[in-house]
Design a protein around this ligand. Structure first.
Ligand SMILES: Nc1ncnc2c1ncn2[C@@H]1O[C@H](COP(=O)(O)OP(=O)(O)OP(=O)(O)O)[C@@H](O)[C@H]1O
Ligand SMILES: [Mg+2]
Length: 503
């Protein structure tokens, strides 16, 4: 639903206090002005630089009603409304003025009395910081990022010469690349592309977009060339995600894939897999840095995460990757005592989105320690599958050795070190060291200390937890069960048996 449609509904229902969160004030103002013309409502716009402006109905020119006193502007709005016309006062960037008790009181009074006079107050701001006094009086409306059709319109309005606007699939690729940009940013990206290539091409759009996401510090666009073929084994996981995303042509929201939670020991390929998934499915991969989202300013955290999720929605179909999610969200359980509830609220916002969002965003979270995650996180229906990435099986390890012997151009016939406890990362590191130092693999192996040794207890605990609860990432169609031959149950004071623990 467009901003105008939503505003029209709220105004018809006599919500006299509205807060529009928008990063594109000019655009939002243009939409509001159009709505007022269509409905024959009177419009006044106030900002600190220009004061109160009343665009004149008859000739379309704004008339300056003078005065940049915010209180006077609020008080003047009732007079503007009449029996046959509602009046709308838009206060631009007004979040800056809400520290004043007088202003907040004047707004509260106006929102109350506006119901009789049909005078509406609209705050236009890039953030949502409604003072408590106004919380129950205002509704929040988000100004959505432009949709595909709007982006296409922007492209058409900029590329006016022959050959500048691509067609068919090429146009679709450009629109895919531009998804998630604001109107202003899209205009900039398309113009840059015209200057560089005399045509609108996706490369310039990607470049700008990457910079944009970096600037906001919320999301990072991953543009790597990793492929599934670079990962040995993990067949079940590879098939599962590809199937889940391929099946969605019908766009039935009930069948919308949600994502996967990858639990596994360090170095088992969780991050590597998540990064390759985008290339395999042709979707952009957005990496959400929850640490940065938590920010230094406690108050802005929720707004940050909502903004990040909106960008992810707007970039759909996309993949949203949250690496080491337990580190980011582990505060949720204890939240309230040490961070005034910020992580709990952040977590709540994210969980709600995970359940409710209707966009084609496939979320992939990786995690090393499930015990640090609040239990709601892993319950059924939040993710399509919770996969466990164990130490690689013999078959999987053979594939991994082959990959890295090839990559580092090592002699495949040479004897291999004892690798029973090794992860993929350790095989890789052994091969790299052998190539680097020019020594045989068995020699290089002396420098590899497997995590299954150094962190034996936590690895055993993880396997224990995963047993019967998670899907096996390597073996198709199976629930993971800890190998009965390995003693994975850790009892206090008992030594963990390390033999036969992984095959
Ligand atoms: N099955 C595998 N095949 C090929 N390479 C692998 C495999 N598993 C891990 N690796 C390699 O090991 C390195 C570390 O993997 P990655 O960073 O994905 O581990 P991780 O599971 O995310 O670990 P952590 O939990 O510590 O973040 C990567 O370079 C990756 O390519
Ligand atoms: Mg990782």
């Amino acid at each position: 639903m467009s901003l105008t449609q939503r505003l029209t509904e709220y105004i018809a229902a006599c919500f006299t206090g509205l807060w529009i969160q928008s990063h594109e004030h000019d655009d939002a103002l243009a939409e509001i002005a159009q709505m007022c013309r269509d409905q024959n409502w009177r419009l006044a716009v106030w900002d600190v630089e220009r004061g109160l402006q009343i665009p004149n109905h008859s000739n379309g020119q704004p008339s300056d009603a003078g005065g940049n006193d915010p209180l006077a502007a609020i008080r003047s709005i009732n007079a503007l409304a009449s029996a046959d016309s509602s009046a709308i006062l838009v206060l631009v960037n007004f979040h800056r003025f809400l520290q004043s008790a007088e202003t907040v009181q004047a707004l509260a009074q106006q929102i109350g009395s506006g119901k009789q006079s049909r005078a509406f107050v609209v705050i236009l701001s890039p953030v949502i910081t409604v003072p408590v006094e106004l919380e129950k009086l205002m509704v929040i409306v988000e100004h959505d990022l432009p949709g595909r059709e709007q982006l296409a319109q922007i492209a058409r309005s900029i590329a006016t010469e022959d050959g500048e606007l691509p067609e068919g699939d090429a146009l679709e690729t450009v629109l895919d690349a531009a998804a998630g940009l604001t109107r202003y940013e899209a205009e900039g990206a398309f113009s840059l592309s015209l200057v560089r290539h005399s045509a609108i091409r996706p490369e310039a759009v990607w470049e700008l977009k990457q910079g944009m996401l970096k600037k906001s510090g919320l999301l990072q666009l991953h543009r790597g060339g990793e492929r599934f073929a670079d990962l040995g084994g993990l067949d079940a996981l590879k098939d599962f995600c590809l199937q889940a995303m391929r099946r969605q042509g019908h766009r039935d929201p009930r069948k919308r894939p949600r994502g996967a939670l990858l639990l596994g020991i360090p170095g088992s390929g969780k991050s590597a897999y998540s990064k390759a998934l985008g290339t395999e499915t042709g979707r952009p991969t957005l990496i959400m840095d929850v640490g940065a989202l938590m920010g230094s300013l406690v108050g802005s955290t929720e707004a940050n995460i909502r903004q990040a999720l909106r960008i992810a929605d707007a970039m759909a179909p996309s993949i949203l990757m949250i690496d080491e999610v337990e580190k980011a969200l582990s505060g949720a359980a204890s939240s309230g005592t040490n961070d005034s509830g910020v992580s709990a609220r952040l977590f709540g916002t994210f969980l709600t989105w995970l359940n409710d969002h209707e966009s084609e965003v496939f979320t992939i979270c990786t995690c090393n320690d499930i015990s640090k995650l609040p239990p709601e996180f892993s319950r059924a229906e939040r993710f399509d599958g919770i996969f466990f990435l164990d130490l690689p099986s013999v078959r999987q390890k053979r594939a991994i050795w082959k990959l890295y012997l090839d990559m580092f151009e090592l002699d495949p016939q040479q004897p291999k070190p004892v690798d029973a406890q090794w992860t993929g990362a350790e095989v890789k590191s052994c091969c790299r060291l052998a190539a680097l130092l020019g020594v045989p693999l068995t020699e290089a192996a002396k420098n590899v200390v497997p995590v299954a040794m150094t962190a034996a207890e936590s690895v055993a605990r993880l396997r224990n937890w995963a047993s019967g609860r998670c899907l096996n990432a390597d073996a198709p169609g199976g629930i993971y069960t800890a190998n009965p031959g390995s003693s994975v149950v850790v009892k206090p004071g008992r030594k963990v048996r390390r033999d036969a623990a992984n095959n």
